[in-house]
Write a protein that binds this ligand. Structure first.
Ligand code: NAP
Length: 312
């Protein structure tokens, strides 16, 4: 059987994305094949596609875009017991997600809770595991002594920021969340004190509090100097996006993949919380497979906020 996927064979703008008809991928040991219902757009998708993170002009072989998704298991590989055909799941894809059919390691998947739409389910895996990892690295993880701590989330209106902010608030943390003017109310609705990002950030935060325990930079837009000044130490700051992390001695945490315990714990907790109404899901805008390039551009330019999702 064949099915459609969005791939690029050279680096460049959104025009390098093309829809191809390919043989359905076959799940290897420990893997399943999913009939994809929704794949999320993450900034890493257009960063990789542009070639900005590569040292050559073209990838070694064509790349299927996308790293996370939700869908229905339709074939299982050798040794798979965790999921069976017909199960509805969400998580991290292996070898691309913008496709009608995609593979995933079962260790990178969690069940889709009842009541959660496919679009929201597909939007959440990467931002959720990244947010939980960031909080844990700052000593604000599950089981840590978090009550009364003060955290600045830089980029609180973005995919990772929306998750990190709400989970920190639920753990008793006081969150100051940065966003553009237009998203101040959205950040407040997450339970944080909103502040506008950009130059003068440290001074604006100091009008709210004279003590910040930790800072989570989810934006990567040159705020690390301010965040180190606010916390008093580079050890209390992490970034998932700022290329200048080393200059400030700040930890950069990377890696699109997530450990299985991270996936299990984070997805069960946050996605379950969204399904039960404890947490708000980011707003989701849906694009068909044919408009994958437009979806990536809308995310890159910030023209469309919230999570952008591709449905085959
Ligand atoms: N290292 C990892 O493991 C990992 C994992 C996931 C993501 N990331 C990276 O983390 C970043 C955020 O990802 P995402 O999915 O959350 O992106 P997103 O949904 O596109 O959100 C971007 C956020 O950045 C904010 N922002 C824009 N300009 C800013 C500025 N000058 N100062 C502060 N904030 C600004 C936006 O606020 P407004 O909308 O209000 O302007 C929004 O809150 C991306 O660079 C992505 O590649 C890294």
């Amino acid at each position: 059987m064949t099915s459609r996927a969005v791939q690029y064979a050279r680096y460049g703008g959104p025009e390098v994305l093309e829809i191809v008809e390919r043989e359905d991928p076959q799940p290897g040991p420990g893997q399943v094949r999913l009939a994809v219902r929704a794949a999320s757009v993450n900034p890493i998708d257009w960063k990789l596609r542009s070639g900005g993170m590569a040292s050559s002009d073209a990838p070694d072989r064509p790349v299927i875009a996308g790293v996370d998704l939700a869908g229905t298991v339709e074939a299982v590989g050798e040794g798979v017991t965790a999921f069976g055909v017909g199960d509805e799941v969400l998580g991290h894809a292996k070898g691309g997600a913008y496709a009608e059919k995609a593979l995933a390691d079962t260790s990178a998947l969690a069940p889709r809770p009842g009541g959660l739409s496919w679009e929201v389910a597909g939007a959440l895996p990467v931002v959720t595991t990244t947010a939980y990892r960031g909080l844990a690295l700052l000593g604000l993880g599950e089981g840590d002594d978090t009550a009364g701590k003060v955290l600045v989330v830089n980029g609180a209106s973005g995919g990772v920021g929306v998750v990190a902010t709400q989970v920190a608030v639920a753990r008793g943390v006081t969150v100051i969340g940065t966003a553009s003017e237009r998203h101040q109310d959205d950040v407040e609705a997450l339970g944080a004190t909103p502040v506008v990002y950009g130059e003068g950030l440290a001074d604006r935060v100091r009008t709210i509090t004279d003590h910040v325990d930790a800072a989570f930079d989810t934006a990567g837009k040159g705020a690390l100097g301010d965040l180190v000044a606010l916390t008093g130490s580079a050890d209390r700051v992490i970034t998932i996006a700022d290329p200048d992390a080393a200059k400030y001695d700040v930890k950069f945490t990377g890696g699109a993949g997530a450990a299985s315990e991270e996936v299990e714990g984070a997805l069960a907790d946050f996605v379950g919380g969204v399904a039960s109404g404890q947490y708000r899901a980011p707003g989701v805008t849906v694009y068909p497979l044919e408009q994958a390039g437009k979806a990536q551009e809308d995310n890159r330019t910030g023209a469309v906020s919230g999570k952008l999702v591709i449905t085959p």
